[in-house]
Design a protein around this ligand. Sequence first.
Ligand SMILES: Nc1ncnc2c1ncn2[C@@H]1O[C@H](COP(=O)(O)OP(=O)(O)OP(=O)(O)O)[C@@H](O)[C@H]1O
Length: 343
Amino acid sequence: MQAIEVHQLRKNFRIQQSRGGLKGALQDLFAREYREVAAVNDISFTIPQGEICGYIGENGAGKSTTIKMLTGILVPTSGDIRVNGYVPYLEREKFVNGIGVVFGQRSQLWWDIGVIESFQLLRKVYGVSESDFRKRLDELVERLELQELLSRPVRKLSLGQRMRCELVAALLHNPSIVFLDEPTIGLDIVVKSEIREFLKELNRTQGTTILLTTHDLQDIEALCSRVIMLDAGSIIYDGGLDELKSRWGSGRAVRFQFGKAVTAAELTAWTGGLPVTWTQESELVATALIPVDTAVSDLFSRVLGAAEVTDVQISETSTDEIVRQIYSSGSAEKPGAGGILHV
Ligand SMILES: Nc1ncnc2c1ncn2[C@@H]1O[C@H](COP(=O)(O)OP(=O)(O)OP(=O)(O)O)[C@@H](O)[C@H]1O
């Protein structure tokens, strides 16, 4: 059985339109105008049991809206969803026993009571027996080193401590699918890597399916063999991370520091005819992305002949750069000619 099946899923939101000027504002008072926007636009995908899949996209791409539909919080406008064989918004009671959810920006723990009391309340919500609960809690507490924190109220925990507790809360009832919406947001590098290690182990030892949204591509690199990339509500890439890198990323990034300010038009003009994409950080710093079959010497001769260069660094293109390029072009098809991106 597939863990998650999504077919032609859509969510439209009705957004109020404001008319301009005083007259418009008055009209708005009496007769509001609305328009529909598709936050999620007829997407389809399936995720087999045991996979860790990254769900990525820029702000507003529709990631959280999808997660909310998959977890039964929002009802789709149209399309089909099956999670563990259930339709989330119709069969909520049976459905929630098989899933765990962590929203990095929101807590499912009670703010003013001790962590252990929150866990006890969740035990009752999910109907977990006292003996299963104890066993599971002991394992998780030991693995995530939470012993010291259990009696503290949640409001007194650091963000990293709270996130570790959120993970326990989502896993107490031993769900087979876990949805994580930005689980590492705002965390320092040490806690981020602890959480990544924990999730990898969970997947390896229990076969837990994980769908993960993140803006941190290192989460994806560390955890996901597959990524689904969303842009303006539509899927623009669904496949392996390696495939994405080899399709897009087998090139190099050459970062130039200039002695004098350069413009986007100058950069494009210097490398006209070469398959170079520029990313400009400031007037004095720009990075040229070149495919593997283009010689770096061709790029150098153009740029060094035209501008005053004070420093150069060459690196393999990172997943970050690849994804930035894809978002900027709105397509995961490999780029042909050059262009310019602003960051
Ligand atoms: N309740 C709502 N009413 C109206 N529009 C909404 C609502 N929720 C989300 N949207 C809109 O739907 C679009 C998708 O939002 P969503 O939160 O799913 O994006 P996201 O990819 O999770 O973004 P982020 O990375 O910023 O969290 C956005 O344009 C957002 O403004």
